[in-house]
Design a protein around this ligand. Structure first.
Ligand SMILES: Cc1cc2nc3c(=O)[nH]c(=O)nc-3n(C[C@H](O)[C@H](O)[C@H](O)COP(=O)(O)OP(=O)(O)OC[C@H]3O[C@@H](n4cnc5c(N)ncnc54)[C@H](O)[C@@H]3O)c2cc1C
Length: 410
């Protein structure tokens, strides 16, 4: 009989298991794949954006969806400083990149994983790989954790099985199934931080064109429901990049009930429509013999010019001196409001995180213990909290893991 069984050796499960065992609880960590932290190894393009330097807990939480407030207690105990201290103490230093993103100085997610695995081993925790948990049954005060060939018993169970994204890393939604079976509400899992598929016949041409600063508005039918500004990129399927990934969950929801969802892309957010028209006017004055297609290349990447002119019904060979004011205005409008219809959001299997999960209302935020089943704890992505890109999701996994693993010794 173990004091604690942790199911899932991702960042949340490893932190919970190591913490629990280091505090003296007899702990078993069960992982269904042949190694720990497969998703962690992919994180940050294998460089692991482990957290963010965002200093205030409240500011950090603003980078999560609504339920992110649940993390306030965990962050007040084990936040970014504590996380980095944990790794520094064990020999790994960090560097900060644009947007406060923190990466290991070695640029290797494998170094983060190596330290976590050692932490778990040194803590005295027993680890079993290639053991898929098939069921969790509560018998009085004891949990039976059932695998194909063995039943393990414990006083407490920490579920840290992740969400539904990237199933090849081991996360297949098992935790949602068990939480539901044990009486919990599971908010509908949906893809978060992923690209958006557009209806267009020229994506092959635009593929790879990126913007450091574009503004994208989401319309559900004709209602503006969301707007963001920053980096985006056109891809073979549609559109992606930070601002698109951050709005993918909103778009997913809109698609569920709208007749049409479209994006309005502002390629020149730093200029007003009037300012853009004036800039065109200046060009018209300075170079009246220039072709309009050549002028447009000063304002947007050359690859986009043909389709923008097409959408504005303008002849690219026209000389600037021949372009009437009305056409100039239409062109300025098109650059500020280029509309593209959304077909789908990329599937959850390809998403960076799973939105939805075990309802935070049913988990004690101070301990991560279930408010419904005594002795059952949750950690990591299977909880209904999801953050933006920038290191927020891993911090949440580590912080909830730490909390779930603390206080396990009666
Ligand atoms: C490509 C990619 C890049 C990312 N980059 C970043 C980044 O740079 N920064 C960031 O903050 N976040 C990033 N994320 C998100 C982050 O990796 C996850 O939020 C985080 O890994 C969640 O940790 P977890 O421990 O909750 O779940 P997981 O990492 O998914 O681990 C769950 C574990 O449970 C095991 N398991 C599942 N079911 C069972 C079962 N029945 N029995 C036994 N074991 C089981 C799985 O095999 C797995 O090992 C990225 C995600 C992806 C997909």
């Amino acid at each position: 009989m173990f004091d604690v069984i942790v199911i899932g050796a991702g960042p949340a499960g490893m932190m919970a298991a190591g913490r629990s065992a280091e505090l003296g609880a007899g702990t078993l960590l069960i992982e269904k794949t042949d190694s720990s932290g497969k998703k962690l190894l992919l994180s940050g393009s294998a460089r692991c954006n482990i957290t963010n330097t965002c200093e205030q807990v409240e500011d950090f939480i603003n980078n999560f969806s609504e339920s992110g407030k649940f993390l306030r207690n965990a962050f007040s105990v084990f936040f970014n400083k504590e996380l980095l201290r944990f790794f520094r103490k064990r020999g790994l230093d960090f560097k900060v990149e644009r947007g406060g993103k923190v990466f290991p100085i070695t640029d290797k997610a494998a170094d983060v994983l190596r330290i976590l695995v050692k932490y778990v081993k040194d803590s005295g925790c027993k680890i079993l790989y290639r053991k898929e948990v098939l069921d969790v049954i509560k018998r009085g005060d004891v949990f039976d954790v059932i695998t194909k060939d063995t039943v393990f018993s414990s006083k407490k169970v920490i579920l840290a099985t992740g969400g539904l994204s990237y199933p090849q890393t081991g996360s297949s939604g098992f935790g949602f199934h068990i939480a539901k079976k044990l009486g919990h509400t599971v908010m509908k899992p949906k893809p978060g931080l992923t690209g958006v598929i557009l209806k267009s016949n020229f994506l092959k041409e635009w593929q790879g064109v990126s913007f450091d600063d574009a503004a994208v508005s989401v319309y559900k039918d004709d209602l503006l429901i969301h707007k963001d500004r920053g980096e985006m990129i056109f891809t073979h399927f549609g559109i992606s990049g930070p601002i698109i990934m951050h709005m993918s969950a909103v778009i997913y929801d809109a698609l569920e009930s709208a007749k049409r969802v479209f994006l309005s892309i502002d390629f020149k957010p730093e200029m007003s429509s009037g300012g853009l028209e004036e800039a065109f006017q200046q060009e018209f004055k300075n170079s009246p013999a220039r072709k309009i297609s050549n002028m447009l290349k000063e304002f947007v990447p050359a690859t986009l010019v043909r389709r923008i002119l097409e959408a504005t019904r303008l002849d690219g060979d026209k000389r600037l001196s021949q372009v009437p004011k009305e056409e100039r205005r239409r062109l300025a409008e098109k650059l500020k409001d280029f509309r593209m219809t959304v077909l789908f959001v990329r599937p959850i299997q390809e998403a960076m995180v799973t939105c939805g999960g075990v309802s935070v209302k049913e988990i004690d935020p101070k301990t991560m213990e279930s408010r419904i089943v005594r002795g059952l704890y949750f950690a990591g992505e299977l909880i209904d909290v999801d953050g933006k890109t920038g290191g927020y999701n891993l911090q949440a996994a580590f912080s909830t893991g730490w909390m779930a693993g603390s206080g396990q010794k009666d």
